[in-house]
Design a protein around this ligand. Structure first.
Ligand SMILES: NC(=O)c1ccc[n+]([C@@H]2O[C@H](COP(=O)([O-])OP(=O)(O)OC[C@H]3O[C@@H](n4cnc5c(N)ncnc54)[C@H](O)[C@@H]3O)[C@@H](O)[C@H]2O)c1
Length: 252
């Protein structure tokens, strides 16, 4: 893995929320960042902010549900920077529906957007990394909901559980190419979508740290997993969740 001043990172879903925080953090770490999102105007605003703060970034439009769009994104980034060393597959949707009423279309929309996209982006970028021959880092954004069940999360939780297992197998098969693959599993994290109006206080009460996360706190974990310092860690999922997934009885 080259030093971070020579590395290029793609972050998907980087126009907003956790992806935006990861893109900004990786730029501060010294990576050139491709800010990838279906919201091109939003991605351009993030890239501009990064450049104004002294980083190097460009915006690229991608719909991660579409393999052709993913391949075009990879080609575009190679055209700009000549290489890809880091991928953060972060784009995702948190749509929820009751199990008994969940339509097949809804199921496929969530699985395609969250899980199949992680496979497609990971495979396209890993092929490029293998051809480059200098290793790489891939970080997939999972979720607490991929670790335990949750109301309304039949599709969402399955997509995120799939990402955790996919991360393990990618780590095994890509190890011989020195491509290290890990996941970060955020707990409830405040973004434009996940506001404190949406997240009930009863959830906070089950979190040992007693508060929701900030996108920067998820980015801090991703930063390490994308770095050259992360040289002996692969296949793992790091819950950044204020202790939510390990909390059992908090009283008595
Ligand atoms: N916020 C949380 O509490 C939380 C908790 C656990 C996991 N996560 C995961 O973190 C990731 C980011 O979540 P967030 O809260 O920042 O969400 P967000 O909605 O704030 O941002 C998601 C970004 O992904 C983009 N996106 C959505 N579908 C896309 C597509 N098909 N192609 C390209 N871009 C697409 C959106 O345009 C948006 O910019 C998701 O994978 C989500 O499941 C979030």
């Amino acid at each position: 893995m080259p030093t971070s001043s020579e590395t290029t990172a793609i972050v998907t879903g980087a126009a907003a929320g956790i992806g935006r925080a990861i893109a900004e953090r990786l730029a501060r770490d010294g990576h050139r960042v491709a800010v990838a999102d279906k919201d091109l105007a939003g991605a351009e605003a993030v890239a501009t902010t990064i450049e104004q703060n002294g980083g190097t970034a460009s915006a690229v439009e991608v719909n991660v549900k579409d393999k052709g769009s993913i391949l075009a994104m990879v080609d575009t980034v190679i055209g700009w920077y000549g290489q890809i060393d880091v991928l953060v597959s972060n784009a995702g949707i948190m749509d929820r529906a009751p199990f008994l009423e969940m339509s097949e279309d809804f199921w496929h929309h969530v699985l395609d957007t969250n899980l199949t996209s992680t496979f497609q982006c990971g495979q396209a970028v890993a092929k490029q990394m293998v051809a480059q021959g200098s290793g790489g880092r891939i970080v997939n954004t999972a979720s607490n909901s991929g670790i335990f069940g949750g109301r309304g999360r039949a599709a969402y939780g399955a997509s995120k559980a799939g990402i955790i297992n996919l991360t393990q197998t990618m780590a095994i098969e890509l190890a011989e190419h020195n491509i290290l693959v890990n996941a970060v599993a955020p707990g409830p994290t405040l973004t434009q979508v996940q506001t404190s109006d949406v997240l009930p206080d009863s959830v906070k009460g089950r979190m040992p740290l007693g508060r929701f996360g900030r996108p920067e706190e998820i980015a801090a974990v991703a930063s390490f997993l994308c770095s050259a310092d992360c040289s002996f860690v692969t296949g793992h999922t790091y819950a950044a969740d204020g202790g939510f997934t390990v909390s059992g009885m908090l009283e008595g």
